[in-house]
Each structure stands twice: as C-alpha cells, then as structure tokens.
Ligand binder design. Structure first.
Ligand code: GDP
Length: 282
C-alpha cells in the first residue's frame, strides 16, 4: 500500500484516531521488532495521550532474541507495557490478553464498584503500514484473509470484533504515518519493506543492506552466502553473491536486479537470520 502523507492528512488522521480512542479502554501500538524506533509514529505519545497503551513488538520471529529482550527491558524501564509477538503464528496473544487485563484494572475496578462485572475490554490497534495490524486482528479474532481498513486513519468503524478472554477489538485499525525525515530511519523502513523501495532503487537499497550486514552481521552474511568479506568492497561482495547464486546475464555480467531482489527478499523473510537492526542505546 502506498499512501502519500501530507500535513493536512496527518492532522485528519490524528483527529479521526483520537475520536476512536474515546471508545476504547486500551491501545495496542504495533511496531516492528527489527526496527522499533524507526517503525514508531513520530507523535504517537501525543496521539495516545493518557490512554493505557501496550507496545507490541511484532514480527519478533524475524528479530534477534537479544534484540527482543533488550527492547522489552527498555520499554519496561520507561514504564510502558510491552511484549513480543508473531502475529502470523499468533505467538504472544496470551501475553497480550494478560497485559490488557492488567492495563485496564483501574477501569474494571470502577465498574465493579457499580456492580458491573465482566464488561469486555475494548481495544484498538495502531501502527504504520505493513507492521502487521490486519494480521493481528485476524489472529485475535480467528478469522482469515480479510484485509482490514486499507486507508489511513480510521475509515469505517464502530464494529467490534469479539476475541477470546473478554476482549473486543475495533475492526478498523488506526493507520499511522511513519517517520520520514531521518535518512537512517527511511533506510530501515525500506530494508524491512515497510516503505516499498520508494526511497532508493532496488539495487542501491540492496547494496546498502550488504553494507549493513557486512558491518554488523558478517557471520550471518557469510553463513548464508559463503562469501569473502575481508578486503572486499560492498559492491564486490554483492557481485560475488550474484555469481554464486547464478545471477548472470549474457556476456557473463552480473544481473544486479536479480541479486538485489534475492538479498532483500531473503532478509525480509528472515532467511539470512534473525536480525534486529536497531538497539535501544543507539
Ligand atoms: P498492516 O498493513 O499493518 O495491516 O500489515 P499486514 O497485516 O498486512 O502485514 C504486512 C505483512 O507482514 C504481511 O505480509 C504479513 O504476512 C506479514 N506479517 C505480519 N505479522 C507478522 C509477524 O509477526 N511475523 C512475520 N514473519 N510476518 C508478519
């Protein structure tokens, strides 16, 4: 999905989401466990305000165990509840239900005082495009396939999806805009496929990925492609990978487009390894 975000558009989105927030007890903020900082909306705090919030580090199956642990500690230190999730497999849902129960205790006690028990907890999912909002809704509700609200903000709403554990979910997630100012952030978003190769052509993006992997994850790169890194330029490494993978065009030249697609695809699917690109201390 490609959305062009303009200031007026962001303002409308913010207002529309805030309107929906009045109907829910807790917010599930989805971010990408591989790039928790880059995949967070820049003004999320001001959008969510005082509403109880749970941060879901989604796609945790693609991120490193160490990264997942460090990010959860980071949010814990900031007093924000967080958990890791693999929305595709539904791993993390039990923990999410437990945390939502805890996060909404105040409200529950207030209702119980008035004699209302077992009132369902209502939640809404927020996050930038492609972070896994629809997948999580489907996982929580046990439904399949349906791609929910494909437009920014909240389009049609007020439909409650029943899930286990007395939790009801607003059927339309809030689609937030990503950060775009910072070059590193934009690169991270492009590596993970959150923004679709828009900022750079595929070849340049793949070369940047080779650079990042060679610098920080040389063993993973070497294990996967069995290439020499010592004393080689990143372009040479990429060419070498291309040769090994048979990405050759007539005349024996490297097919850069093909090797680039392979690299990006294998990174995005976690085939190169479980890789976290950002850590809290940075
Ligand atoms: P949305 O735009 O936020 O609604 O994102 P989607 O739910 O459409 O998910 C975007 C892509 O990420 C899809 O290809 C999903 O299959 C994939 N995806 C979502 N959650 C996970 C996850 O936890 N792990 C992995 N490996 N892929 C996921």
């Amino acid at each position: 999905m490609n959305i062009n975000w303009y200031p007026g558009h962001m303002k409308k989105t913010k207002e529309s989401i805030q309107k929906s927030l009045t109907m829910v007890d807790v917010v599930f903020e989805l971010i990408d466990a591989r790039i928790p900082f880059s995949s967070q909306n820049p003004i999320i705090d001001s959008i969510v305000g005082e509403k109880p919030r749970i941060i879901i580090l989604n796609k945790a199956d693609l991120a490193s165990n160490n990264g997942n642990k460090l990010w959860q500690e980071y949010f814990l230190n900031k007093g924000i509840k967080s958990l890791t999730m693999d929305a595709l497999e539904g791993k993390g849902i039990d923990k999410l239900q437990q945390l939502s129960y805890e996060a909404t205790e105040k409200r529950r006690l207030a209702y119980e005082k008035r004699g209302v028990i077992n009132r369902p907890t209502r939640a809404m999912i927020l996050g930038i495009p492609n972070v896994g909002k629809s997948t999580l809704i489907n996982s929580l509700s046990g439904r399949k396939g349906a791609k929910t609200g494909n437009r920014p903000g909240v389009t049609k709403s007020n439909q409650w999806i029943k899930t286990k554990a007395n939790l009801e979910l607003l059927d339309t997630p809030g689609i937030l805009w990503p950060k775009f100012e910072d070059k590193e952030v934009a690169l991270n978003l492009a590596f993970t496929g959150a923004i679709k190769d828009e900022i750079l052509d595929t070849e340049t993006l793949a070369l940047k990925l080779v650079e990042r992997l060679a610098k920080y994850f040389p063993n993973l790169l070497n294990n996967r492609y069995n290439v020499e890194l010592e004393g080689k330029s990143y372009l040479e490494v990429m060419e070498n990978i291309g040769r090994k993978r048979g990405c050759i065009i007539k005349g024996g030249e490297i097919d850069y487009t093909k090797v680039s697609s392979i690299l990006l695809d294998e990174f995005r699917k976690g085939i190169i390894g479980k890789i976290t690109l950002e850590f809290p201390e940075e």
